[in-house]
Design a protein around this ligand. Structure first.
Ligand code: FAD
Length: 382
């Protein structure tokens, strides 16, 4: 049995591992740190369940995005500790208030990222904030199934490929109490490289990582810098942000993503509202605005119930989606291809990081100088 023919066709959602009736599949990391299913042929009975469940290759049930909203959570602290406007907290509160369970991506004790099940607000707060690394969903799909069988309300949040995988996995389950959120996603970086980066910070600043934030909002919502705390002291950097934003460390399937469009697997799609200044400038205080796409009647019903906790404006769907490229196309492989990986394999992380950082830095500097000189030219023309 072969589940995928090329790494471009496996997003690592793990639906195949969790659906296998013989436990013959285990997700194992490759040399770049991405999880792929590996079959134990001595247990496999070739039933084909693993191939059938694959949302990446076979498609998924589509909810067409219907409406777009600009949203800010009314609680300022909630917004500051979320990536964009904190809309996820309002949605998940709705489920927790019904004694339901909320699933999403959290840091583990060692700052690796995995999906967890939460049933109260303090645990759920661990899901706040985007972690720009692929989350390991572990056995959460089977836990969701169990919760639904027990009659609970469930909210599952994750990348669109994870939500697509979950929904295919639940094909024969009653999902009337299941609510789902997917994210607009630039691509998921390698967990191995995230670990390498944390080790690099520990060496550089001579201590232990005690906290991490992939985008430090205290510098403004637009600032693309991470914050790492070493023994409680905060250090800002854009080294990891450069690798992530320039797609050097993304999973191969992210360049072949099937979910970068307005046909969404989830009831909601969450994103940063990057076009807010052209649509609703007075709403932008540089502390974060969420773009929320409502894709189903279930989504519309929850949004209505959340309105007490959020400031919310309906916006034109097409105009709101346009400035967010990953709503209509996959991220592109870097022009220099596997430059990071080739250097990583040859020289190790430090050198690969250094080389890519310098490249991105010079490209960004050139763009900035060109923009500044165009501005000066325009002033002189007047
Ligand atoms: C890898 C990644 C790439 C992204 N790329 C873009 C982009 O290109 N454009 C854009 O507009 N938005 C992108 N986002 C989404 C954006 O960062 C915010 O998550 C979104 O705006 C919601 O913000 P919030 O304030 O409501 O919630 P936040 O508090 O920021 O996010 C919480 C939610 O994100 C989920 N989450 C966090 N990390 C992960 C992860 N590693 N895997 C799966 N789920 C995760 C949690 O489960 C929870 O549902 C990306 C998110 C991730 C994780």
């Amino acid at each position: 049995m072969e589940i995928f023919d090329s790494k471009n066709n496996c997003c690592g959602c793990s639906a195949c591992e969790q659906i296998c009736p013989k436990n013959a599949i285990k997700m194992k990391p490759d040399d770049r740190g991405f999880l792929y299913p590996v079959i134990d042929n001595s247990l496999c009975v070739e039933c084909g369940a693993c191939k059938r469940v694959c949302a990446f290759q076979n498609g998924y049930e589509k909810n067409r995005a219907q409406k777009a909203y600009a949203i800010k959570h009314k609680d300022f602290n909630t917004r500051m500790t979320s990536r964009s406007g904190g809309v996820f907290i309002a949605i998940s509160d709705f489920i927790l208030e019904k004694n339901g369970s909320v699933y999403g991506a959290a840091f583990d004790d060692d700052f690796s990222v995995c999906h967890i099940r939460t049933t109260n607000k303090s645990e759920r707060d661990r899901l706040k904030g985007s972690k720009y690394v692929q989350s390991n969903v572990k056995d959460t799909f089977s836990n969701v199934k169990q919760d639904l069988k027990n009659g609970m309300y469930v909210l599952f949040s994750g990348t669109a490929c994870q939500v697509g995988g979950l929904k295919n996995y639940l094909k024969n389950t009653d999902t009337s109490k299941l609510y789902t959120c997917d994210l607009v996603c630039h691509g998921v970086p390698s967990p191995k490289i995230w670990k390498e980066y944390l080790n690099h910070c520990e060496k550089k600043y001579n201590g232990k990582v005690t906290n991490a934030n992939f985008r430090d909002k205290t510098l403004g919502w637009n600032a693309h810098k991470e914050a790492i705390w070493i023994d409680g002291k905060k250090y800002n950097s854009n080294e990891y942000a450069y690798l992530f934003n320039d797609n050097y460390i993304s999973r191969p399937s992210c360049f072949n993503c099937k979910f970068t469009n307005l046909d969404r697997p989830a009831d909601f799609t969450l994103a940063d509202f990057w076009g807010i200044n052209n649509i609703l400038p007075e709403f932008n205080d540089n502390k974060g605005v969420s773009l929320l796409l409502v894709n189903s009647s279930k989504g519309a019903e929850v949004l209505e119930a959340c309105k007490k906790d959020i400031e919310c404006f309906e916006c034109d769907l097409q105009k709101s989606a346009k400035p967010n490229p990953n709503l209509y196309m996959s991220s592109q492989k870097p022009k220099d291809g596997d430059y990071f990986w080739n250097n990583y394999e040859k020289y190790g992380f430090e050198k690969a990081l250094n080389k890519c950082y310098k490249k991105v830095f010079w490209v960004k500097l050139k763009i900035r100088i060109r923009e500044k000189s165009n501005k000066v030219k325009r002033i002189f023309k007047k």
